[in-house]
Design a protein around this ligand. Sequence first.
Ligand SMILES: *[C@@H]1O[C@H](CO)[C@@H](O)[C@H](O)[C@H]1NC(C)=O
Ligand SMILES: *[C@@H]1O[C@H](CO)[C@@H](O)[C@H](O)[C@H]1NC(C)=O
Length: 985
Amino acid sequence: MEMIKVITVRSVIHCLLCLVITVAASNISTDQQALLALKDHITYDPTNLLGTNWTSNASICSWIGIICDVNSHKVTTLNLSSFNLQGTIPPEIANLSSLKSLDLSHNKLSSNIPSSIFTMSTLKVLYLMDNQLSGSLSSFTFNTSSILDIRLSKNKLSGKLPENICNHLRYLKHLFLRENMFYGKIPSSLSKCKQLQELHLGYNNLSGAIPKEIGNLTVLQRISLINNKLHGEIPQEIGYLQNLDVLQLGFNNLTGVVPATIFNMSTLKEIFLYNNSLSGSLPSRIDLALPNLEFLNLGINSFSGTIPSSITNASKLILLEMGSNSFSGFIPSAIGNLRNLKLFDIFFNNLTSSTPELGFLSSLANCKKLRYLGLGGNPLDGFLPSSIGNLSLSLERLNIAFCNISGNIPKAIGNLSNLIVLSLGGNNLSGSIPVTFGGLQKLQGLDLAFNKLAGSIPDEICLLSRLNELDLNGNKISGSISSCLGNLTSLQYLNLGSNRFTFVIPSTFWNLKDILSFDISSNLLDGPISLAIGNLKAVVGIDLSRNNLSGNIPTTLEGLKSLQNISLAYNRLEGPIPESFGNMTSLESLDLSNNKISGSIPVSFEKLSYLKELNLSFNKLKGEIPRGGPFANFTAESFMGNELLCGLPNLQVPPCKHSQPRAQHKSKKTILLLVIFLPLSTTLVIAVALALKRGKRGTMLSNDIILSSQPTIRRFSYFELLRATDNFAENNIIGIGGFGSVYRARLEDGVEIAIKVFHPQCASTLKSFEAECEVIKNIRHRNLVKIISSCSNDDFKALVLEYMSNGSLEDCLHSSNCALNIFCRLNIMIDIASALEYLHFGHSTPIIHCDLKPSNVLLDEDMVAHLSDFGMAKLLSGEDESTMRTQTLATIGYMAPDEIFVGELSLKRWVNDLLPVSLVEVVDKSLLSGEEKHFAAKEQCLLSIFSLALECTMESPEKRIDAKDTITRLLKIRDTLSKRIGNLS
Ligand SMILES: *[C@@H]1O[C@H](CO)[C@@H](O)[C@H](O)[C@H]1NC(C)=O
Ligand SMILES: *[C@@H]1O[C@H](CO)[C@@H](O)[C@H](O)[C@H]1NC(C)=O
């Protein structure tokens, strides 16, 4: 069906208006010439607006994006913002002699900014932000003395900031150069732009000190120099700026004491000094000194002294971030007077409370907008008052970890029904976990580790269905582990280690399919380890050590392809180490020590090339210690306490008696196994490589595959993605679907990526995200869109994908700029058929895409097609695979809707009815008009494609052709055509 669509673009393609301008040059105004020059330099216009609207039979003043002066009919405004245009800006644009406003922002324009723009004598506003403009401005002459506003943010401009920019731009009020690649110093000559109100130079590579001359820009309101490499002290002259309301200097290398003048600027609303090495203390009358302050962010610096109690009069404060400094003394007990406070964070300081019942905490109950309260890492030395339950209902994050708190956890904490994360770890809390915790229905993270909590886990914890992380490590909790914990299927981190749990591991735990880290070590659990442990498909770390577990080591562990660390030490396990452990290719550390394990060490361990730590000591192992692979690095400690092991003398074991013949025999077998296993394991190895968190790794049996297709799995934080998409700005959206939106994004290093963001909190998109993750985890093919990474936390799920610069096939088919000749189309068909062949046959579990349509086919730079969007894909696994497969293949999958084909008339039927007689009616006119040279050859080729397409869309699965045969046929069709008419591509 897809193939028919490729050929028969049934919606009439917008005519490409190839305007042949025959009008004599003298009849065209200079303005028109300038605009036509611009149109000429646009290489891609996805909606073809300029093609259909900027036509020479209409006055330029009626053209879209143009405003003219009513009297002179000269162009005064040119605004093509967010048209998604590609191309360059021609120097002729400067010939628009009355232009006041030029806005080409939010497009994909590239190459240099023509220097002529800065000679225009009428221009007031220049907006070129969010394009791909490059080059340096440092040699430009800036003569645009009329200009008020220059915004060039979010491009790829580099070089030094021009020294002379302010020589003539006397009236410049706004200068936005953020998110480029400028380097060198901030020129002190900026002080000549006397009218400057806003200066944005953040997210560049600027170095040196902040010039004190900035202090002469008396009308300056905002300075943002965030995220550069600025050194030295903050000049006190900045404190003389009487109109400044925003000062952002965070993420630099600034040092020294913050000048007193800065903390005395009555106009300031925001001070952002986060992440520098600044020191000094706050003024004692901060309320009078900074009466308008709303945002004070001093986090990650070396500030000291007390928090002045006068701060409680700074009633406009919304955000107070002081974390990771050296503040000391009491937390002001009237802190709750700050009624607008949304975030109060003082983590890792030396602050304490004036009362053991933490009076400031009761006071904070007055802050009804409070969402984030971070007190962790301060010696509060008290107990939690029940008034903690009166804190704002808006509270989402509460961190009181490592504060030396003792006593019970107040039941009233259960009132805070909007909490998402609660951290009380590392205190001296005693008593039991309150049953009221069941009221924290939105909780995703619960950290109670390293306290003295006793009693059993209340079943109410099992009501917390969104729980992602549960950490009860290092308490005195006893009883059996509630089996209902296994219902918390969102869990990824579960730590019940170092408690006093008895009885067996509940069998429900093996339902935790998404669990990444599973630790129940150092308890009193007994019974065998269930074979169902093999269900924990995602798990990376397992620690069951120091219990009384008995029986054999489960052979199903072999199936855990992401497992990196496992410890079963100090139990009563017996029997052999399964030979199949050699297939746990991600394994980095394995501890089976202090059990009763017998048999020999499997030679298959030599394949575990990432294995760095191995402890088999104090068991009953015998026979030869293998020598290959990682064994070269292990010492005697790994093997001690096994009396019957033999091998090399450095391992402090006796030499083996018949070592030569045995080794040879074994390795032959291994080779044989390898030969048989290798082709099968190829995808498996790729899947493992994909699942690995750390990409850079050594060699293993198929290292060429890993190295060529999987250089490094890069991890992205939410904030990186936020920045790369300009806070998920709408103009970066390149696609919208039921699941959410896809954004175009550019990373710090200039690399373009696409980010698919799933709608939060919606079961169906979560499912779609999970489906997609499940599928892509296991696949990799030239014609599938490459997933670079994923970013998933409690509130945010996204996939980071390779960016496909030529957009979707759908867009291409409906655009006149994206001419696809018959060879291009055949290549795209072959690409997609190859992708389908891989999905259906290239893998032990067949994958059905279920949403194949032109908008899910993306084209890269070289017009190679890549299939995307696995949100609806199905993995065909299960016991009776063959029946299931037939069933699924027998259902008619989704097909792209086609509005002209309603009722009885399907696209397929329509094609069937018209062929072969009326081929020309069916085919896209640009492929076959009936009058061309190679008509016969093309006609035959197209008929073959249609006949194949009809075979692909047979309703009966038995009659339907499969992907393998489809490719063979397509290749043949392409060959025949190129032999007859020569390959045009
Ligand atoms: C071009 O677009 C403008 C603004 O949308 C519209 O008023 C004008 O009629 C259009 N001209 C043509 C030739 O389509
Ligand atoms: C800049 O300001 C300082 C005082 O802060 C003053 O002495 C100096 O004359 C000013 N320079 C100019 C060029 O206005």
